[in-house]
Design a protein. Structure first.
Length: 376
């Protein structure tokens, strides 16, 4: 059994995928070129924003957004502690200071009351300038952007949506990757829409920021690429990856997103009485980058994971170490960055195999194994 079955997906898409890849190979337009424009247009249209800039990874996408806003030393950027390292790493890469915010126990997303507490504390301490809040759509569920935006507006902060896992999610009819002043996603293979390597994208309605990001992602180019007007980076998406993403987006839109939601609903139905299943608040729709359950304590979690492994059922711990406890951030004040819910989740979560091609038989095997283990 696979945790995320990319082999089966390839088999289903093979004819169309092979042709798309070989067309790029034959075209010799490997870097930039028409496939990139086509992909950027299709992805901007899908989520519903004016501008999409494709880049080399979800990490670079976040970094490019912070560069467009000139986030720098002395700035505070608020980010959930329970996330993948990159969400926080980019803040430090710009020389700014991450301030870690706790998360909600049931949605895994930013706790807005704690966000406000951490902003107030930062303002009072008077050492840093609050600039940006990075809200993560963890495990595919959009963060509570209505509440986050209210707080951001109160304190004059930009909202950056880290939609690396959120692509395809919705709040009402509005799609993920449109909730930030700038939003980003990742096309790492295991994400809701993945390419065959690294890739990412930045989304915004703001033309000025879009053109800054376009410049930063190609060596700070000006009117042409040998006229360099700022220090940038090399963060282009490969044309082959763009071609792959166009095929993947079609499958995602046509059936994968529906199918993965069916898998999630089935898990919840079968597991809701034995473990704490993830919730999707009223009006929200998840793209189920992960299906993450909680048990009572670390011993039970590790025991369950071992029992499943013995039955050849792969699981993963997202995430075992919250950001405020990462060695790389040990220079920060642990007390000011307290996140007790993130601490607890790190011990009690386990993510189950989930993808649009998971068979009912495999899913039944997983659910039965979990029920049997927890009954003991
Ligand atoms: C995967 C991920 C990233 C980074 O994306 P890459 O494409 O791997 O650089 C950033 N934030 C979150 C929440 C992620 O899950």
């Amino acid at each position: 059994m696979q945790f995320r079955d990319l082999k089966t997906q390839y088999k289903v898409l093979k004819d169309e995928m092979d042709k798309a890849i070989l067309d790029v190979v034959a075209s010799s337009a490997y870097v930039m070129g028409p496939k990139i424009k086509e992909m950027e247009t299709a992805f901007a249209e899908y989520v519903g924003v004016k501008h999409c800039v494709a880049c080399n990874s979800g990490t670079d996408a976040l970094l490019l957004a912070l560069k467009a806003w000139d986030v720098k030393p002395g700035d505070a950027v608020f980010v959930p502690s329970f996330t993948f390292f990159a969400s926080a790493e980019v803040i430090a890469m710009q020389g700014a200071t991450p301030v870690f915010v706790d998360v909600d126990r049931r949605t895994f997303n930013m706790d807005v009351a704690d966000l406000e507490r951490k902003i107030e504390h930062t303002v009072k301490a008077g050492k840093l300038t609050p600039r940006v809040v990075i809200a993560v759509d963890l495990f595919g569920l959009p963060a509570d952007f209505k509440a986050i935006r209210k707080v951001a507006e109160k304190y004059g902060l930009y909202v950056l949506e880290d939609g690396a896992q959120g692509f395809g999610g919705r709040i009402g009819e509005q799609k993920a990757c449109t909730f930030g002043d700038i939003s980003t996603t990742s096309f790492f293979p295991a994400k809701p829409v993945g390419c065959y390597g690294d890739g990412g994208a930045v989304f915004t309605d703001n033309s000025e920021w879009a053109s800054l990001i376009d410049s930063y992602h190609v060596h700070g180019k000006g009117s042409d690429r040998y006229d360099n007007i700022r220090i940038g980076m090399n963060s282009r998406l490969d044309s082959i990856q763009a071609a792959i993403l166009l095929v993947k987006l079609k499958a995602f839109r046509d059936y994968e997103l529906d199918d993965v939601n069916k898998v999630a609903a089935r898990y919840t139905e079968k597991l809701k009485d034995v473990v704490t299943t993830p919730i999707v608040p009223e009006g929200f729709y998840s793209s189920w980058a992960q299906y993450t359950v909680q048990v009572e304590d670390k011993g039970m979690r590790n025991g369950l994971q071992a029992a499943l492994k013995a039955l050849d059922i792969p699981t993963a711990i997202y995430y075992p170490i919250p950001m405020h406890r990462q060695t790389a951030f040990s220079y920060l004040d642990l007390d000011e960055n307290r996140c007790p819910v993130a601490d607890q989740l790190a011990d009690t979560v386990v993510s189950l195999p989930i993808h649009p091609y998971l068979s009912e038989a495999d899913q039944d095997k997983i659910c039965t194994a979990i029920c049997e283990y927890l009954k003991k």
